[in-house]
Each structure stands twice: as structure tokens, then as C-alpha cells.
Design a protein around this ligand. Sequence first.
Ligand SMILES: Cc1cc2nc3c(=O)[nH]c(=O)nc-3n(C[C@H](O)[C@H](O)[C@H](O)COP(=O)(O)OP(=O)(O)OC[C@H]3O[C@@H](n4cnc5c(N)ncnc54)[C@H](O)[C@@H]3O)c2cc1C
Length: 519
Amino acid sequence: MYKEVEVKLSPDHINDPASLERVIAKTAKLQRPFSHRVLRKSIDARGRTAVYRLRVGVAKDEELPKPPPYRKSYSTGKGRPEVYIVGAGPAGYFAALECLEQGLRPIVLDRGKDVRARRRDLKAIQQDGVVNPHSNYCFGEGGAGTYSDGKLYTRAHKRGSIRKVLHVLVEHGAQEDILQDAHPHIGSNKLPHIIAAMRSTIEACGGEVRFDQHVTDISAEKGRVAGLTLANGETLEVQYLILATGHSARDIYELFSRKQWTLEAKPFALGVRIEHPQVLIDHQQYGSNPRHENLPAASYSLATQVEDTGVFSFCMCPGGLIVPASTAPGELVVNGMSLSRRDSPYANSGFVTEVDEEDWAEFAGQGALAGLAYQKAAEKKIFEAGDGSQKAPAQLIEDFIAGRLSSKLNPTSYIPGVYSAPMHELLPAPVAARLRQGLKQLTKKIKGYTSNAGQVVGIESRTSSPVRIPRDKESLQHQDVAGLYPCGEGAGFAGGILSAAMDGQKVAMKIAEFIKVDS
Ligand SMILES: Cc1cc2nc3c(=O)[nH]c(=O)nc-3n(C[C@H](O)[C@H](O)[C@H](O)COP(=O)(O)OP(=O)(O)OC[C@H]3O[C@@H](n4cnc5c(N)ncnc54)[C@H](O)[C@@H]3O)c2cc1C
């Protein structure tokens, strides 16, 4: 007999196998012995005290069904069709592994460095304010996903198999918990090892990964992709090209624009990082202070509408750090990350509002690049307000709402440091107005959230791509250039690690399908 049951366990008992068995026996009305497997695990913090909710598969007098296998064997043979992939982020690496599954040979090119070498450049941004335009929090092996929060959550359930992506991560070293957790998280101390293991698989199966390969031109002949040019002058002939360069590859959008290949401006979100003491969030979400030792740092998700426009929290990082995510000198961008233990004393999250062509009307002359021009101008203004380093402007929340400069700031997780600045004036005016109104509306959602216990730090502007590189719905190729497959977040088809990874797999499967049909 096999069945699945939902059980509840207090944080006191969550790590005690005997308590779990007892509650399963009672709920499933079964005598021991039986075998069981936790299928899903979430925290329910709606009541006075938080509890764990588990979905458990239970088998009596038979074996527990095995989870479905997700990986076919990776191909290793010679003479496989080659697929060039530009970008070693989640979209690029998952596309590469899918190519191997599909009998294709992936060659991945990235402008940045491998995960280890990349660390030195992150240190230079954090400690010296020096931004390497090829190696930073967005560029380099693993893309923007490497030194991130590593939250593995998406609403894009129809874009592919979330389970398959999670299984690939587990095969490459992620902890198995991510297969059960309702809101899985890896952490930026563990992600680099997983990404390096993915590279090893690609190379062991005859694929290639090349770093320091900045693609500066793409050529096409008779409407079909033909070649790539690198910054070092090297040229490569290509037949199939997956373009997975992420939302910060501005030179790629500019290249498309120069070539008059179709691009579209796309709404995105812009605002600030908002930072609070983690204890404030724990106390409000779990009702206890300090939180139970078996509960993780608490998170939140907030949303409201101001003048029919969304204002919402984004990419919440419990127990995390605010990091400088600029990709070029002369700009200042912040984002958030956390380590696997999520044990910093700070909670941070993007607090952003949707922006669209109404917001960037003054740049309308730039066509499909208008949103990008608006994003660039906002980042430059924030940078120029400072001292030329990556020190970020900040304001206490009540002061931000009231529109007055803060006389002092709170301690922060942001290593380059913060200085007091009128964020209400430094942000684009309509954005500041919506964020301030949104905060007022959310005052009662989390007690203390809009108090001066928290502060806003700017600017959070790389939430998603301001440009879409459109592709044919059926073939997934760019509509002007056959053989070129725009992919992942940079193409506007993903908004996070999971969705980018699924998009990479989808495009690789499509190429395999095309090659079979074509040959
Ligand atoms: C600090 C931070 C924290 C984040 N936290 C989370 C999180 O917790 N959960 C989540 O789901 N998402 C998170 N994100 C977003 C997530 O990282 C991205 O959505 C995801 O990485 C997009 O994947 P991608 O492969 O499409 O692009 P990217 O990851 O951006 O990768 C693009 C790659 O292309 C390379 N490249 C760009 N231009 C060129 C060129 N011209 N030539 C050669 N190579 C080029 C870059 O070096 C880069 O490696 C975070 C992002 C940041 C910056």
C-alpha cells in the first residue's frame, strides 16, 4: 500500500525522526513498520507560532516508489553537431548540459572568468570600488546566478521542468533538500562548487567552456547566423548560436540595434534595496524573538498598487547582504545575496515599482533601447551623487517617506558602505513617489517595516531586462537571423535562475529537434 499524507510538525520536532514517524502513523492510520519519504516541506507562519508542513509518501508492505529519473545519459561521441553558446550563466550552462543530452556538442564562451578567479574581482569591487567590466557580480562563470542568493523559486511552471533543473543541481553537488523545500535556496558559498562541477561535466563529455571570450560581433549571411568576432580579434564560424548573455549585456543590445535586427523595449522594475535587522522580520513573521533555532531566517513578500502600478518587494534575502552589482565604471547598482546559512543579522529585499514607456518617455527617440537608456541614466545619477566609489546613498525609511535627509544611518551589510542622501530626489521622481506611497500603504503589513529601523539603499535597477530580443514562437530562432536563438533573462524570456535554466534547456531541445528535421 502507498499513500501520501500531509502532516504538521512543530520546529521543536522537525529534526526528530521518531516524532515524524509518530505523526505519520497517526495521520495515515498505519501501524509501524512502514517506510516514508518527505516529498515537500514548507513553513506555515500564519498562526501564532510557525509550524512545518510536510507532504510525505508512505509505503507499507511494499517499496517506496522511486522518484522518476530525470537525466538521460550525456553524449560523448565525436562528430556531433556543434552549438555555440554565448554566456555561462544559468541559461548557458543548462543549455550546454541539455545539448549533451540531445547528442550535440556545446562550446560555451563567456567574457568573464571562472568562478574562482572571479572572486578576486568581487573583492576589488567590494573593497576598492573598482568595477571590472568583464568580471563582476553579473559577469563571469555562472553569470548573475553564482554570487547570488541562490533562491530557486519561480512561478514560471509552464516553461519547463523545474524538477529536472533541481535534479541537475543535485547531481552537481546541491543538497537534496532543494528537491523538497517549497522555497529552495542554495547560497553563494555553495553555488561556485556546483557551477564548477557543471563545467567539469560539459568538458568531460567533449564540450568546451572558454573564458575571457568577449563576443563583440555576430555576423549573418543570407539571413542565417554565420560567425562571431571576439574582442581579441579572433573570428569563429558558427551554425547554431544560443545567445544567453543576461540582462546586463548592454553591448549586445547595442549591437543588435546597429545591425537593425529586431529588438523590443520591455517594462521592468526599478527602485531600492530595503534593509532591516533580521530580528525585526523574524519577530513579525514567526511571533517569537529570538526565532526558534530550527526555523530559518524569516522572509516576506509584499505587494501593493499605486495609481494602477505595481509596487512590490523583490528577491528577498533573509540573513543576507546587499552587494554592489554594477557592471561598468561610472554606475552604481545594488542587489542582494546570502550564504547558505542565511545568518547575517540583516534582511534585505528589492523594493521596486514597474516602469514602462510612460516613465522613459524622454528617451523615446532611442526606440527599443529607450528603457535601457532610462535605466543607465538612473544608475549614472546615483553614481554621480557619490564620491566616485561604490559607496551607496541611503536614507532611513521614515525620512524617505517624509522627504527629509537622514541625520544618521543604521549599520548595514553593504561592505563598500553607505552615506546619507536624499533618495527621494535621487530616484526618478515618479518612481520615488510610487515607492513612498507604496510604503505608506504597507505600513500595517509587517509591524515596524516602515519605521526608521530600516533604510533604503540605491539603486536597484537590474531586476530584469529592459529589452527583449524577440524570437519566433515555434522555432525559437530570432525572427531576422535563422540559427540564432536568444535565450534566458537577457532575451527577456526568464526572470531568475530557474526560469533562465529552463529556457536554456528548452532552446537546446529545439535546436536538436531542428537538426533532426533538417538532416
Ligand atoms: C546579486 C544577485 C542576486 C540574485 N539572486 C537571485 C536569486 O536568489 N534567485 C534567482 O532566481 N535569481 C537571482 N538573481 C537573478 C539571476 O541571477 C538571473 O536571473 C540569472 O542569472 C539569469 O541567467 P542568464 O543565464 O539568463 O544570464 P546571466 O546569469 O546574466 O549570465 C549571462 C552571462 O553572459 C556573459 N556575457 C554577457 N555578455 C557577453 C558577451 N558579449 N560575450 C561573452 N559573454 C557575455 C556574462 O559574463 C554572464 O556570465 C540574482 C542576480 C544578482 C545579480
